[in-house]
Design a protein around this ligand. Structure first.
Ligand code: FES
Ligand SMILES: [Fe+2]
Length: 334
């Protein structure tokens, strides 16, 4: 028992952690010369930003005599220096300097410390996670084209939620909950298309606004299991860049960066801010359910539930850990 009730199995022990690009920090959270130990994917790793600005990630233990590279280490130039005997490593995990030895064995120079692929896009640092360390299979998505000028970053949010990451992104395909949980007055009419590692959905929903009911369009492009961009086009034009990152099979770190178009009048800025508040309100409506639900691998679904099974069919590809795993193509209309 905990203080809210018995802790029942929730099905997550049986669910693997998917492979993919996952956000591990915002760019602003890692200054040049800074080192951090991060805990995601039921493991840990060390990231640092070199003095030139590039971010690198490696396994935590020094291959020499095993010091933890996130504790009392430092950045020298673009390299990470181990605190124990001052070996230096580059972003590929190769040794670049050993202060007390003249010749570094070529094998150590090439690479002796497993490195993680890193990519920094639109203010977010991503690493590629694959339990067998297969190479990245797709590229991190960028913000959509801004219709005028550049997107303005208005808000960032993040939450740690007691749920497997697959369940958070399933929420968008769960059409019936929009009415029950979020008060959307009519079940949204949507379309979902899966194209390789990318899933696109368009949902047209009636929304209550201060000016009465209006039709809004929501375009979601999910690239892999860890990243999605949602464009809300109604009285405002907002992009919600979302990343979900598994801490382990039971906990997920959810991040949002919310952007709007430039040059908005005060009136439209107010509407935009209200729209963003509403999105945050919606996730806060989902979270209590997410924190305590369980995963049913054979849910009782009826007409109107949305393309949940098509979503799961694609998602299963992220658990195919063979190096040559290929995506499928699935289309579902509702
Ligand atoms: S343990 Fe890292 S340099 Fe020796
Ligand atoms: Fe929701």
């Amino acid at each position: 028992m905990n203080d809210t009730g018995p802790v029942l199995p929730r099905g997550y022990d049986e669910m693997p952690i998917p492979f993919g690009w996952f956000a591990v920090a915002l760019s602003t959270e890692l200054a040049a010369g800074e080192v951090k130990t991060l805990e995601y994917f039921a493991t840990e790793f060390v990231i640092w930003r070199g003095e030139q600005g590039e971010v690198h990630a490696v396994d935590p233990f020094c291959p020499h005599l095993g010091a933890h590279l996130g504790v009392n280490s430092d950045v020298v130039g673009d390299d990470l220096r181990c605190p124990f005997h001052h070996w230096r490593f580059n972003g590929e995990g190769g040794v670049t300097d050993i202060p007390y030895t003249e010749v570094i064995p070529p094998k150590l120079k090439r690479s002796c410390l497993p490195a993680w692929p890193v990519c920094e896009v639109d203010g977010v640092i991503f690493v590629w996670y694959h339990p067998r360390r297969a190479a990245p299979k797709w590229e991190v998505a960028r913000l959509p084209e801004c219709p005028e000028g550049e997107w303005i970053l208005a808000e960032t949010h993040d939450w740690v939620i007691d749920i497997h990451c697959q369940e958070i992104t399933e929420n968008g395909q769960d059409y019936a909950h929009f009415g029950a949980v979020h008060g959307v007055p009519f079940a949204p009419a949507g379309e979902m298309k899966i194209d390789g590692w990318v899933r696109r959905s368009t949902v047209v929903a009636e929304m209550e606004t201060p000016r009465g009911l209006m039709t809004g369009k929501i375009d979601v492009t999910a690239t892999g299991p860890g990243q999605s961009m949602t464009e809300f086009i109604d009285v405002t034009h907002v992009v919600q860049s979302q990343q979900v990152t598994p801490i382990d099979a039971h906990r997920t770190h959810l991040r949002w960066q919310m952007y709007h178009i430039p040059g908005l009048s005060d009136g439209r800025l107010r509407v935009t801010a209200a729209r963003m508040r509403d999105l945050v309100k919606q996730v806060n409506q989902d979270i209590p359910i997410w924190n305590r639900k369980r995963f049913h691998d054979k849910p009782l679904l009826v007409k109107g539930d949305g393309p949940i099974l098509a979503y799961r069919q694609q998602y299963a590809k992220y658990y195919d850990f063979d190096d040559d795993a290929e995506p499928g193509n699935i289309a579902a209309r509702h």
